[in-house]
Design a protein around this ligand. Sequence first.
Ligand SMILES: *[C@@H]1O[C@H](CO)[C@@H](O)[C@H](O)[C@H]1NC(C)=O
Ligand SMILES: *[C@@H]1O[C@H](CO)[C@@H](O)[C@H](O)[C@H]1NC(C)=O
Ligand SMILES: *[C@@H]1O[C@H](CO)[C@@H](O)[C@H](O)[C@H]1NC(C)=O
Length: 494
Amino acid sequence: MARRWWLAALLLACAAAEAPLRWEPRCRQQLRHLQDGARIAARLPPRLEGHWVSTGCEVRPGPEFLTRSYLFYSNRLFKAHQFYYWDPSCREPSYSLVIKGKLRLRQASWITRGATEADYHLHKVGIVFHSRRAMREVAAWINQTSGAGCSGFLPPGRSWAPGALYELLSAKTERDCTAALGFAMHELSLVRVEQHYQALLQPQQPGSRLVEELYLGDIHTEWVERLHYRPTGYQRPLQNAVHHVHPCPACGIIYRADEHHPPILPVRAELPMQLSGSWVSTHCEVRPAVLFLTRYFIFHGSNHTWEGYYYHYSDPLCKQPTFTIYASGHYTQGIPSSKVRGGTELAFKVTQARVTPMDQVTVMMLNSSEPGSCGLTDSWHAGMEQDITPTNGCLALGIKLPHTEYELFKTEQDAKDRSLLFIGERPTDGSSPDRPDKRPTSYQAPLIQCAGASEEFSKYVSLKYLGKQDANGNEALKPLPVAFLLFIALFLSF
Ligand SMILES: *[C@@H]1O[C@H](CO)[C@@H](O)[C@H](O)[C@H]1NC(C)=O
Ligand SMILES: *[C@@H]1O[C@H](CO)[C@@H](O)[C@H](O)[C@H]1NC(C)=O
Ligand SMILES: *[C@@H]1O[C@H](CO)[C@@H](O)[C@H](O)[C@H]1NC(C)=O
């Protein structure tokens, strides 16, 4: 394993020496760091006990803007707060939910490798309105969508009383008026806890700091599906209120909040979206139904062209590569989104793509695909890249060229003044946002800027050698069923 790794490093060093690649160090370091497992350990079974908080303002499909603060006790009971807002900076609270119940961990998930399945039972859900307007709107939704059982939830003509808590759901009285809010706690049915160490850069602070992250199940991008959807991917992780990344101004504010004192996050400068430059994943990412990947993009603002690399893996730490897709094309000028405040709408056109299988399973699948349906040559080899532009894509991987996607982007500065790029969430049903009405209303995990516009690299260096392989070759990989691979590969996804 070590020898292969050094060989890879050598190849990279050679590649880097060939071209004037000022972008290289940070972008490549980050990718290599991720493929090295980013020194992440997953707790199995996960230990949920403790207090977990959002690290910033979250955006759910809809859009909904919220922050979360979840407490898990040792006797399996939990108390969760969800704070909802009108605005994308989480500064104007609309209402808060207090959710109480019980959670029982089950077995390791068969679908999402690395996740644990759980059963939960809700005892109570209460709601506190933070304004008259919030109360009026929620009452109207409930009036429209719920049966007679919920009409008494808010007595007619009841005026807003600050601080009053109303019961939306009670196991005891069997009342459940949560559906009108699109509320479900299915996120608790898929859990994963990761630990890593954050290096402390200040010389007076030797060592490193433990960081614990709690990944909970994802929310379906379609409103009508979310009440029934069993998650197979994750939302942005919560962090342990004691062991979180520093600095995190939002963490303490959310930790101290309750339903009567919803967190109001610090003001942030609203910066125009600056897309130019190179951006790379910060984590091994998981997509619903189920795909592990890291992403790397270069946007050329000067001529509105883009290039993207999608490194796919079979494992939740992104150590076992399966295939890589390189895609490129152009994009439109962005316009501010009216639906998702703070977001920018763009359209992306994919005109060219190349595929590199990285393991025997993918090679076999591509080898057995219809001649002429995926690149001009029918013989594939692990590590060998093939252009699929001449065949208008790759049938076996579900890639059609040219292809247009309607996107939602957002850039943000994190607490360390690094630039983050949020790209729209993929439709949970696996389709592509190929019509304006399918444009996302929430975001995927952010990418981090690893090189500015002036440092764009000019030459394509094959990053595929970054993939680490087992000493005994790819045979060691757990093969995914081909049909499954076919399915998951339907995303030529951002
Ligand atoms: C709910 O609906 C009833 C009858 O349709 C109406 O009289 C009442 O004012 C509505 N309440 C709210 C809070 O919208
Ligand atoms: C766009 O600009 C970048 C760098 O500025 C360059 O590398 C690339 O070849 C250009 N693409 C096209 C299609 O002109
Ligand atoms: C794929 O096809 C090539 C050429 O026909 C062959 O050399 C290679 O062994 C095949 N690989 C697999 C895994 O079937």
